[in-house]
Write a protein that binds this ligand. Structure first.
Ligand code: FAD
Length: 466
């Protein structure tokens, strides 16, 4: 492999000598790294199943000495391409998940998925403030700030992080919190892997056992009126409640209710904390906006919060597009319906609008690099590339219609776009895309911290501020 004019051949025997976990080179049985998004191609020069924090430090030092880069992989939900100049650190073995009911905290390793924590916390009546998908990795989710169905009530998940253990780009193991290394703590919450590879976090849990939530699905033929009704209804919701709306084209497959499969539907998702009767009354006007195909909203154990969006858990090749919106006007709705509604040729499986505001927009108690809190809505589109490619290879098939519909959609809503995006919804190694995830000061400060903590640029790969 070549980096600039120099050919680098990593000495895997030397790498194996400094780490306790398994090291896999291309062609080895353990090398294949299949994540959630099968369209992402990964061809690292080595994959290391790190056994502990010291392994990560050793990999980073080894890579720095060898002129290589290091990227991190947990579940592949937010994966970006990894090239042969990079050693890929796989964190699955960092699986600590300890609930401390006395302090209402959880200690969570970098390899742990959200559902594991939800299930461990539920018997104590405690809840992790999480996103819509419970199969994502907790740590990867938190590095992007993290918004979920209750973001208007509880704020972003990164606000609940108490402390972080991290290996910075110079191979140093360090802890960070509001009191210890506050600059690093600021940048780890929102800056993705720019400032280091996190090995574990301690987060605050909330005493929530049950919420009122779920989704009600309507016929997609009524998309235009339903989006208008949703926008008007959502505008008056108190911060105890949150909502999103999605145009969905779900395939006929196991797990998809027949009433929703193979057609365009409009899903109104709803989540509320507090009194269930009050939540039911808040929801009533939206429930009555049209005749539902399926109404699956009611009291919901918190650990089942993933049912609200019912995000797919099986790996698939996806193409995504996103932008934050300052407003959803009639024009915005016409643009969305024109690009992805009933009379469009859209193949996108989901085009969703998440309402922000409420606690999302509040001043943070401990500031972080997670920004753009003045945005009113998050628009996110997902298309599946078909036919599915093999586990390690992206496929060009299906890219053109899905990516051109996504581009058409984003162009159509540009008048209402802030021109910015949330890092968790915009996995990309493209510096221009990464730039949209931060305001100017945040971007500059992340870059300055990275230069200080990672002088050899070992982590300068993937979705990081350079
Ligand atoms: C179906 C689906 C639903 C989603 N829903 C939401 C949602 O509701 N809200 C939301 O905010 N996001 C959501 N996301 C985005 C998701 O939170 C991000 O993609 C997140 O990065 C996933 O982390 P991961 O570790 O699971 O994935 P990976 O692809 O393994 O990692 C993605 C990135 O996270 C960072 N990362 C992972 N581990 C570490 C580590 N140990 N140290 C430092 N950085 C690390 C790195 O930048 C890495 O490239 C969703 C994604 C999908 C596919």
């Amino acid at each position: 492999m070549t980096i600039g004019p120099i050919t680098v051949r990593p000495d895997l025997t030397a790498l194996r000598a400094v780490v306790g976990g398994a090291v896999h080179g291309p062609g080895d049985a353990g090398y294949a790294t299949t994540g959630f998004n099968l369209a992402v191609t990964r061809t690292p020069c080595a994959v290391v199943d790190v056994a502990d924090t010291d392994d990560i430090a050793a990999v980073i030092r080894f890579a720095g000495d060898a002129g290589l880069r290091v990227a991190v992989f947990a579940t592949g939900h937010g994966g970006v391409e990894v090239g042969p100049d990079t050693v890929l650190v796989r964190t699955a073995a960092l699986d600590v998940c300890e609930i401390d009911p006395s302090t209402r905290t959880a200690r969570i390793g970098a390899g742990v998925r959200v559902q594991t924590v939800l299930d461990a916390a539920a018997p104590h009546g405690l809840a992790l403030v999480c996103g819509s998908s419970t199969t994502v990795g907790v740590v990867g989710f938190l590095t992007g700030g993290g918004i979920g169905p209750l973001v208007r009530s509880l704020g972003s998940s990164a606000g609940y992080v108490r402390s972080v253990r991290v290996v910075t780009g110079d191979g140093t193991v360090t802890d960070a919190s509001a009191e210890v290394n506050p600059e690093l703590f600021w940048g780890l919450r929102g800056g993705k892997a720019t400032l280091g590879i996190i090995t574990e976090v301690v987060v605050d849990l909330l005493p929530i056992s049950e919420i009122y939530g779920g989704a009600v699905y309507f016929d997609g033929a009524e998309a235009s009126g339903l989006l208008r009704a949703w926008r008007d209804w959502a505008a008056d919701l108190p911060r105890e409640a949150g909502t999103s709306v999605a145009l969905m084209r779900l395939p006929e497959m196991p797990g998809v209710p027949p009433a929703l499969a193979g057609r365009l539907t409009v899903a109104v998702r709803f989540a509320a904390v507090g009194d269930h009767g009050a939540a039911q009354r808040l929801l009533a006007p939206m429930r009555a906006a049209a005749t539902p195909l399926l109404d699956a909203i009611g009291p919901l154990p918190y650990a089942a919060i993933g049912a609200i969006h019912a995000d797919p858990a099986v790996p698939m090749p996806v193409h995504e597009g996103t932008t934050l919106l300052r407003d959803v006007s009639d024009g915005t709705i016409d643009a969305i319906v024109g690009a992805a509604g009933p009379r469009s040729a859209s193949q996108l499986i989901v085009v969703e609008l998440r309402q922000l505001g409420g606690a999302f927009a509040d001043e943070q108690k401990v500031r972080s690099a997670f920004g753009h809190r003045d945005a009113a809505f998050n628009l996110h589109a997902v298309g599946v590339l078909a036919p599915p490619p093999g586990p390690d290879h992206g496929s060009a098939d299906g890219v053109e219609p899905v990516s051109s519909t996504t581009a058409h959609l984003l162009a159509a809503v540009r008048p209402w776009s802030t021109g910015t995006s949330l890092a968790n919804f915009n996995a990309s190694a493209d510096p221009a895309v990464i730039r949209t995830c931060y305001d100017e000061d945040t971007y500059a400060w992340l870059a300055a911290l990275a230069a200080r903590l990672d002088p050899r640029g070992v982590l300068h790969t993937g979705q990081v501020v350079r």
